[in-house]
Design a protein around this ligand. Structure first.
Ligand SMILES: C[S@@+](CC[C@H](N)C(=O)[O-])C[C@H]1O[C@@H](n2cnc3c(N)ncnc32)[C@H](O)[C@@H]1O
Length: 275
């Protein structure tokens, strides 16, 4: 494994913030409408339900768009955690403008229990490109279990580990497995641009880690959570495969394969309860 994965990824995420808040980036102004919730949380809503009375923590909250949206679903308290100070600056400004009572805490996911306190949340929410930055899924599952009260729930919608194995789109339209499915040493990649916004990244290197569905399931069981739901989806809220995808006709802000949609899941939703 690249020894300095954390430093490399922090620099990469710091450099994405200006791009994501610039032209063609995240639609932050939409939150001026007090009823607006992000496309990501809108997709989750039928499975997530109302959050009235719940203490919610959003791990790897980035610019806070989903965190503010969770607060708007009625949570009693909402906390976002991320290791990027620039992202949190934007998230705090968004929450102030949007009128949301949301607390943002800077830190590494692996330190979340020490930073936020143990067994004090009813819901841990995470996903859409979160666990792919973490080298050890068992350590992450221990953090989730440590944050939750007994009976508390994990809700995650994530990039499907099978999607992350697929190489760049090919002219013949075939999907070719190139990268690891199982948890392994990590893949260092170089991308000049990001999935949102139009500028170039000043720190284009990043280290990503895959975790197989079975590894995620087993890590959660061993940490003391019971998996209560697992659904695979044909769509993702970013374009993962260039010209091979098109906007989803059914879900705003989501992308699907142009051809042969049943070949590959793009994302999955997993829910689990702390026993
Ligand atoms: C793709 S974003 C999460 C997506 C989020 N759903 C969104 O679009 O608003 C990934 C986030 O993980 C954060 N991150 C990556 N590694 C982290 C770590 N080890 N600890 C805390 N945050 C981390 C990055 O700063 C970034 O904000």
């Amino acid at each position: 494994m690249s020894e300095n994965w954390r430093d490399v990824n922090l620099a990469n995420w710091e450099s994405r913030v200006a791009v994501h808040t610039g032209p063609a980036g995240y639609d932050l102004s939409a939150f001026e409408d007090p009823d607006h919730i992000s496309d990501v949380v809108r997709y989750d809503r039928p499975r997530l339900g109302r959050l009235d009375g719940l203490d919610v923590v959003h791990l790897q909250c980035h610019l806070g768009t989903d965190t503010v949206s969770l607060a708007r679903l009625g949570a009693r308290s909402t906390t976002g955690l991320d290791f990027s100070p620039s992202a949190l600056k934007e998230a705090r400004a968004l929450a102030a403008r949007a009128g949301g009572d949301v607390t943002f805490v800077e830190g590494d996911v692996y330190d979340a229990v020490g930073l936020l306190g143990g067994a004090r949340f009813d819901l841990v929410y995470t996903g859409i490109g979160a666990i792919c930055w973490l080298p050890d899924i068992r350590r992450w599952a221990d953090v989730v279990a440590g944050l939750l009260r007994p009976g508390g729930r994990l809700f995650m919608r994530e990039g499907h580990p099978m999607l992350s194995t697929i190489s760049d789109p090919r002219a013949d339209g075939l999907l070719v497995v190139e990268y690891p499915y199982f948890e392994s040493a990590g893949v260092t990649f170089h991308e000049e641009t990001s999935y949102s916004g139009s500028g170039t990244l000043t720190s284009p290197e990043a280290v990503g880690f895959s975790h197989g569905l079975g590894e995620i399931f087993t890590a959660l069981q061993q940490a003391g959570l019971r998996v209560t739901g697992l659904e695979e989806h044909r769509e993702a809220p970013w374009n993962p495969l260039g010209d091979a995808v098109e906007p989803s006709p059914d879900h705003p802000g989501e992308y699907v394969l142009k051809e042969g949609r049943d070949r590959l899941p793009f994302t999955f939703t997993l829910q689990a309860v702390k026993t």
